[in-house]
Design a protein around this ligand. Structure first.
Ligand code: NAP
Ligand code: MN
Length: 279
């Protein structure tokens, strides 16, 4: 197809995980959208990315297209229970197709985390996370200075620390005892991973919610290897000098769909289920 003939069409990428159910949804979407002149299916520079699987699949889709966050919009189909980044279930594909046909480009956007790692040799590595980034020491207890907005806050001792986005607050952050943050609150959450607290060592103990524009810096005090995670990816770095965390200037955009339910509904459905009325 020539460049001319795709002008005016919505460029759509369909990304699915390996589950049988996901592949089935993907092939249905593929055949319907391929035969519709309003759409052009391509993995290159899409306007819309349809992620089929779960929240984990949407994390992968985000990382595939993180260099074009400005222009791309995501929409998720969950082949399982309803997720946090997914508006549609696998049996609602027809509704999704209707939404895509009626779409006028509206979006809902959420904050993304920017991570800047400085190594002892001066190299700087940057990354973006949709859920969270963590740092843990492999060999020994992690000892690190925690600096919040240029204030030396504490010397942390423990397994490690997690910095989560608002939408990531229901993921690993929640397992660590962090609070659930509504995604319209543009803030980061710093949460401890097994901190050491006794007569000698002291950390704040609770998680901290840091406003937009404030920078969180972690300066490891010991040389050695650190395991650093960014969403579903893990890296090992030797001699980490400093890690800085801030809200990224770019946000992730989702297609604004009529199925986009209230955040509190999602939280209830994911963690509470049906509300019992027995006394
Ligand atoms: P995974 O180990 O296969 O799945 C982790 C679980 O977290 C899945 O059930 C996933 O949902 C769910 N999840 C992902 N993002 C979420 C969110 N924003 N809110 C609520 N639940 C969410 O790994 P993965 O699928 O590649 O996902 C990587 C994520 O796992 C990391 O970003 C981290 O947040 C999380 N994680 C959690 C722990 C923990 O709780 N102890 C430890 C390590 C990592 P789906 O089933 O819909 O994919
Ligand atoms: Mn998963």
């Amino acid at each position: 197809m020539t460049q001319m003939s795709i002008t005016g069409k919505k460029k759509v990428a369909i990304i699915a995980n390996g589950k049988f159910q996901s592949k089935r949804v993907a092939s249905k979407l593929f055949s319907v959208l391929r035969d519709d002149h309003a759409f052009y299916l391509t993995k290159k520079n899409p306007d819309i990315v349809i992620s089929i699987g779960g929240d984990g699949m949407l994390l992968s889709a985000f990382h595939m297209y993180e260099s074009i966050l400005d222009k791309v919009r995501f929409v998720g189909v969950h082949t399982g229970h309803l997720g946090f980044y997914t508006d549609y279930r696998d049996f609602e594909v027809d509704e999704l197709i209707e939404t895509l046909r009626a779409d006028k480009g509206e979006s809902v956007s959420y904050p993304v985390l920017n991570i800047r790692t400085t190594l002892a040799d001066g190299r700087v590595l940057t990354a973006r996370a949709l859920n969270e980034a963590t740092i843990k020491s492999i060999e020994k207890t992690m000892v690190a200075d925690v600096i919040i907005n240029h204030v030396q806050f504490e010397c942390f001792r423990g397994d490690g620390l997690s910095v989560s986005t608002p939408t990531g607050s229901t993921a690993y952050n929640k397992s660590l005892g962090g609070a659930i943050l509504h995604p319209t609150i543009e803030a980061l959450q710093l949460t401890e991973i097994s901190s050491l607290n006794n007569r000698v060592y002291r950390t704040i103990g609770s998680s901290l919610i840091v406003p937009k524009k404030d920078k969180i810096e972690i300066i490891p005090k010991r040389l050695g290897s650190y395991t650093m995670s960014v969403d579903n990816k893990t890296f090992t770095h030797k001699n980490v000098a400093k890690v800085s965390y801030q809200i990224d200037p770019k946000k992730i955009k989702f297609v604004a769909t009529p199925r986009h339910t209230s955040f509190w509904n999602r939280v209830r459905e994911a963690f509470i289920g049906e509300i019992g009325h027995e006394i």
